[in-house]
Design a protein around this ligand. Structure first.
Ligand SMILES: [Ca+2]
Ligand SMILES: [Ca+2]
Length: 254
């Protein structure tokens, strides 16, 4: 009995050893992990927020991620920039180099300055094979709506009941830094020209266009007296919309 028991123990130990050796000596069959973002800025995307969120999926055909590890990296890890509104220098700092990441496959970076960033995730499996993915994005933080400088409107009491007038909207954008502000040529406008009933509205709808900074309206006040309103809006590329501006004129019934 005793000999048979020893033989059984020997066989089990030898089998475990051989199995272990096979596991250790066959790294050639090990495949690299597969990693991809399911949430991140698209490559080269401009984000108008100062926060970026990342989420990724990691998997491996060999099912050996359990003993592996994950690292993240943000480059540049430190940026000194000038905050115009606060009139002071601000230093953005993130831990340098590859940082071990634990827990869920999510990460958020806050208070990003306006510059180009590379966020990388490196997943290493239990046998040392790794894969890295990178998200490159541009931060242009803009939470401020454009400033409407002036709108060229006709006088409230037009000298003639029948006339044409070209409305012109003058605006410029502001943001945390000048580079984040929308260039003048890229601002978009929307207007509605509201005429007395039954004429109704001549409109761009909300339909936004860089062309809509001017609009020509012709008025036949003799046939259609009453109140005419011009309502207009301007927005920047971040989608911030200035409060609507309204001007009106009135043509009295003859
Ligand atoms: Ca593997
Ligand atoms: Ca803006």
């Amino acid at each position: 009995m005793t000999n048979k028991l020893w033989l059984l123990v020997f066989v089990i130990r030898a089998g475990a050893l051989i199995w272990g050796c096979v596991e250790e000596l066959d790294p050639g069959s090990n495949r690299n992990p597969m990693v991809w973002f399911i949430r991140a800025p698209d490559d080269g995307e401009v984000i108008f927020s100062n926060a970026a969120n990342f989420e990724w999926v990691a998997t491996d055909w060999d099912d050996d991620l359990g003993m592996g590890s994950t690292f993240i990296q943000l480059e540049p890890f430190t940026v000194t920039w000038y905050d115009v509104a606060a009139d002071s220098e601000v230093i953005f700092e993130h831990p340098e180099g590859w940082v071990r990441h634990y827990g869920d496959n999510i990460y958020q970076v806050l208070d990003l300055p306006d510059t180009t960033f590379y966020f990388s995730v490196k997943v290493i499996d239990g046998r040392g094979a790794d894969s890295t993915i990178v998200s490159r994005f541009f931060v242009r933080y803009d939470a401020d709506f454009p400033v409407m400088d002036s709108v060229k409107c006709p006088p409230f009491k037009p000298p003639n009941p029948t006339f044409c007038h070209t409305y012109k909207i003058y605006a410029h954008d502001v943001a945390r830094t000048p580079r984040a502000a929308t260039p003048h040529d890229s601002l978009e406008y929307s207007y509605r020209f509201v005429r007395p009933a039954p004429l109704g509205v001549t409109e761009s709808e909300p339909e936004w266009s860089t062309e809509h900074w001017q609009f020509e309206a012709c008025v036949d006040g003799q046939s259609n007296p009453g109140e005419y309103k011009f309502r207009c809006k301007v927005r920047d590329r971040a989608g911030n919309t200035a409060p609507e501006f309204v001007c009106k004129f009135e043509i009295i019934k003859p």
